[in-house]
Write a protein that binds this ligand. Structure first.
Ligand code: KIV
Ligand code: ZN
Length: 517
């Protein structure tokens, strides 16, 4: 029996970015899009261009630079949104406009305040308009799983006649179950007369923890495209996780008789990159990519795995790109070896980016005996999140102990020179953050802070993540160093630079500052 090809539509950069507290910079989105291209997904939903100028610019940059997958942009069912999607997608090698409108009675009555006939007409008109600009047009009936099935079939029939090449059946609120959703997909297949002219797509949310199961049930009943995100991030409880979908189809090929175009060896790396850049931590027991996914705790299991891994491992770590022998480079490695390693890891970087990374690599190699692939990937993620810097950490110094109050001094470079400040605090991190606040001249609202080791070992690289809040927006900064205080202060300054790039210098503080001067 021949395997059926299933298309994967990744929406990490659109629905995934709707994860509470996540806000990605354009450079970070580009890094993720490039990772998705290496993963070989079929389509990348790069964003929602009408939502903001920043979203528009990010979609355009991805459309310009990312080759391979179809680049898709979201648009509500109106001309303005569709035109924004068209313009942002203009540079793409292959593009798709994705337009949507809700179809459930509850959305019609309370959100859209439209009748079913009005929604039908709006959907048809939007698809016809989008078709004038893109060969591929996807239509989503938002809240499809809570819509009247016969009405839904009428909507799909009309949008296909108007030119939709993909019809999406979202379970917007994660309400459906595998059996019910499977039946809905079959119903659509059997009751939309022109369904052979379109691909059926599914988009499942995980509110009841069934997004992956629902997607697989839909696939067994005729869906050919699955929408998903890396690590399952997304609105509320998130979307179906790409790594789980891919490995379910791969591991149970004999059962599903389906395959994707994904390079499974890129799954782990992509998962880590997305977690680092979004700041969304992966739970240790997360299927496929969690830290414990291949860990065997019980003696009986360990014994079994030692004699044959198949006793307790249904897939190998190597399949998802975790290599058991990951030692790569050290202090004596030259630029050539470093570049070669970047290429082997799948990174195609320009000469300037390689030169910048090599400086950080050498700095790290001076402090750390062996550099693992994960260290190199962490440096790449750090680079993606660097902003044009208002403040650059020149130095920091901290004294602390259990008998003394922690004291910190920092020096921050700005375009107008070096600013130096000192502060005490409840512990070294608090002291150094307070010194930074004094140096930048305004108070920072710290929302969260986290530090973890990138790899194991006494000289492991520490990765600090800091979330700060301004005007109801959260900015996530990252810092890397073998010294955890340095990693923390770098992350704090990085978050401040991101905030300043988006919101500008806080006005009241600026006034207060110039009065003081
Ligand atoms: O969940 C949803 O309905 C969506 C649509 C825009 C596809 O994200
Ligand atoms: Zn969604």
């Amino acid at each position: 029996m021949e395997n059926r090809r299933i298309f994967l539509f990744d929406t990490t950069l659109r629905d995934g970015e709707q994860t509470p507290g996540v806000s990605l910079e354009a450079s970070e989105k580009l890094e993720i899009a490039q990772a998705l291209a290496r993963l070989k997904v079929d389509a990348i939903e790069a964003g929602f261009p009408a939502a903001s100028p920043g979203d528009f610019a990010a979609v355009k940059e991805i459309a310009t630079k990312v080759k391979g997958p179809v680049i898709c942009a979201l648009a509500r069912a109106n001309k303005k949104d569709i035109e924004a999607a068209r313009d942002a997608l203009a540079p793409a090698e292959r593009s798709r406009i994705h337009t949507f409108i809700a179809t459930s009675d509850i959305h019609l009555e309370y959100k859209l305040k439209m009748t079913r006939e009005e929604v039908l007409a709006a959907a048809e008109e939007a698809v016809r308009y989008a078709k004038g600009f893109a060969a591929e047009v996807e239509f989503s009936a938002e809240d499809a799983s809570r819509s009247d099935w016969d009405y839904l079939c009428r909507v799909y029939e009309r949008v296909i006649a108007a030119g939709a090449t993909i019809i999406n059946v979202p379970d917007t609120v994660g309400f459906t179950t595998p059996d019910e959703y499977g039946r809905l997909i079959r119903y659509i297949k059997e009751n939309v007369p022109n369904i052979d002219q379109a691909i059926i797509s599914v988009h499942c949310h995980n509110d009841l923890g069934m997004a992956v199961a629902n997607s697989l049930a839909a696939m067994q009943n005729g869906a050919q495209q699955i929408e998903c995100t890396v690590n399952g991030i997304g609105e509320r409880a998130g979307n179906a996780a790409i790594e789980e979908l891919v490995m379910a189809m791969e591991t149970r090929k004999g059962y599903y008789h389906c395959e994707t175009g994904v390079d499974t060896r890129q799954l782990y790396r992509t998962s880590r990159l997305v977690s680092t850049l979004t700041g969304v931590v992966i739970q240790p027991n997360k299927a496929v990519v969690g830290d414990n996914a291949f860990a065997h705790e019980s003696g009986i299991h360990q014994h079994g795995v030692l004699s044959n891994a198949l006793t307790y491992e249904i897939m190998s770590p190597e399949m998802i790109g975790i290599s058991r022998n990951a030692i790569v480079l050290g202090k004596h490695s030259g630029k050539h070896a470093f570049e070669e390693r970047l290429r082997t890891l799948g990174y195609e970087l320009d000469a300037e980016a390689i030169a910048q990374l090599f400086v950080r690599f050498k700095d790290l190699a001076d402090r750390k005996k062996v550099i693992f692939d994960r260290d190199i990937e962490a440096l790449i993620a750090e680079k993606a999140s660097l902003r044009p810097e208002w403040f650059r950490l020149a130095y920091h110094q901290v004294t602390s102990g259990n008998q003394t109050k922690a004291t910190a001094t920092v020096g921050l470079e700005t375009s107008s020179g070096l600013t130096e400040e000192a502060s005490t605090g409840d512990g070294p991190v608090d002291a150094v953050f307070k010194a930074v606040e004094k140096a930048v001249g305004f108070e920072v609202s710290l929302r969260d802070y986290q530090i973890k080791a990138v790899t194991s070992g006494e000289d492991a690289l520490g990765e600090a993540t800091v979330w700060i809040e301004q005007n109801d927006r959260v900015f996530c900064g990252r810092g890397l160093s073998t010294d955890v205080i340095e990693a923390s202060v770098r992350a704090f300054v990085n978050a401040i630079n991101k905030m300043l790039a988006s919101c500008g210098y806080p006005q009241e503080d600026k006034a207060a500052r110039s009065e003081q001067e």
